[in-house]
Design a binder for this molecule. Structure first.
Ligand SMILES: [Mn+2]
Length: 362
């Protein structure tokens, strides 16, 4: 008799994909037997290298460029990496992290979805459609103090490397907002089935025009990008706010897109800052319940980053796993080793301690 385990085994074998990988100028066809989904990096390039090595990836250098990180390509003989986005901002080694990830994507040893920080960078550097009507250029994402600060570490680290930055921006345009691979899905913050279906039906692509459309907060483009890269949220009642650990006052709190039959606000909150005690036990209104998403328990596993988790890495449910363990806040850089299983297992998460980023006097 065919046991469930055996049946799963067969599915795994059938989902192997062939891809062409290029290392050291030599192309070869590789049969991939699994994927390693890696959470938010935010410039933690040392942690990324340590994690890749722990996962069995090896590095090679392309061409005659020597061993510089610009030329370093990590690859695995039988697995592909999948990045959940947010490669840039905050951390000390943003250029290094971008080179490592892009080299892997360019050579076919990794995929990467767009995080809200990459989307922010594109919006920050893309002029609005009507920009020419103004004396000074106008950008999709305003250059106000808050937005300047968010991208400042990245821009500072690219001083003297402006051409490289332009190439990375061009590359960011090519990052998908969501990925559907063999038996699993990846998105930065939130899998919204209805928006993703509409994006596909309308045959939309992320390009300059798409980013320009997001300048209108009521557009489908803005709604889609905000939802997939930033997730869902609920506004605090009566004009109240939370004093966030990053010093900002927040009038919204982040919510789960996979909650099942939630009753009170505490059931749906998903962020490091706790809700005020009285609000945590407040019942969800009908309207709030209707605004929440529910990721079907029978759907294929979905992986994402974004939520600044801490502590022992785990999975959120049998088909939902967040892999952002706050590497850039001295946390962990985590990966889930996916082999085609229908039910996720917390024991398949591998991580490195990101304190390595801060040990060299930087
Ligand atoms: Mn992030």
């Amino acid at each position: 008799m065919l046991t469930l385990e055996a049946a799963v085994e067969i599915i795994v074998v059938e989902t192997k994909v062939a891809a062409v990988i290029e290392v050291g100028g030599i192309s070869s066809v590789v049969q991939y037997s699994g994927f390693d989904i890696i959470g938010d990096i935010h410039g933690c390039a040392l942690s990324l290298e340590a994690l890749l090595k722990r996962l069995g990836y090896r590095s090679d250098s392309r061409g005659a460029g020597g061993k510089a990180f610009e030329d370093k390509v990590y690859y695995h003989p039988s697995r592909q990496a999948v990045f959940t986005g947010d490669i840039i901002d905050r951390g000390a080694r943003i250029r290094e992290a971008l080179h490592l990830v892009k080299n892997m994507v360019d050579t076919g040893s990794a995929h990467c979805v767009m995080g809200n920080h990459e989307y922010n960078a594109l919006a920050y550097t893309t002029e609005t459609l009507d920009s020419a009507q103004y004396e000074l250029p106008q950008y999709v994402r305003e250059h106000n103090l808050q937005y300047q600060q968010q991208i400042s570490s990245t821009l500072r680290q690219f001083e003297g490397h402006e051409q490289q930055w332009l190439l990375f921006l061009k590359w960011m345009y090519s990052l998908p907002a969501f990925l559907e691979l063999d038996g699993f899905r990846v998105v930065h913050a939130c899998w919204d089935e209805a928006l993703i279906e509409r994006f596909k039906t309308d045959k939309r692509v992320i390009d300059r025009q798409w980013i320009q459309e997001t300048a209108d907060q009521n557009s489908f483009a803005a709604h889609f990008m905000n939802r997939l890269t930033r997730g869902t949220g609920i506004q605090l009642p009566d004009g109240r706010h939370i004093d966030s650990s990053d010093g900002r006052k927040r009038r919204f709190f982040r919510t789960k897109f996979w909650s099942s039959n939630p009753q009170i606000l505490q059931d749906v909150v998903y962020q490091p800052d706790p809700l005020p005690e009285d609000l945590a036990v407040t019942s969800l209104s009908q309207k709030q319940k209707q605004s929440l998403l529910h990721y079907d328990e029978t759907a294929v596993p979905v992986f994402f980053g974004h939520y600044w988790l801490s502590g022992q890495p785990s999975v959120q449910s049998t088909n939902v796993a967040c892999l952002d363990y706050s590497a850039v806040k001295n946390g962990r850089l985590a990966a889930y080793r996916f082999d085609g299983e229908c039910k996720l297992d917390a024991n398949k998460i591998v991580w490195v301690d990101a304190s390595i980023e801060y040990g060299s006097g930087l």
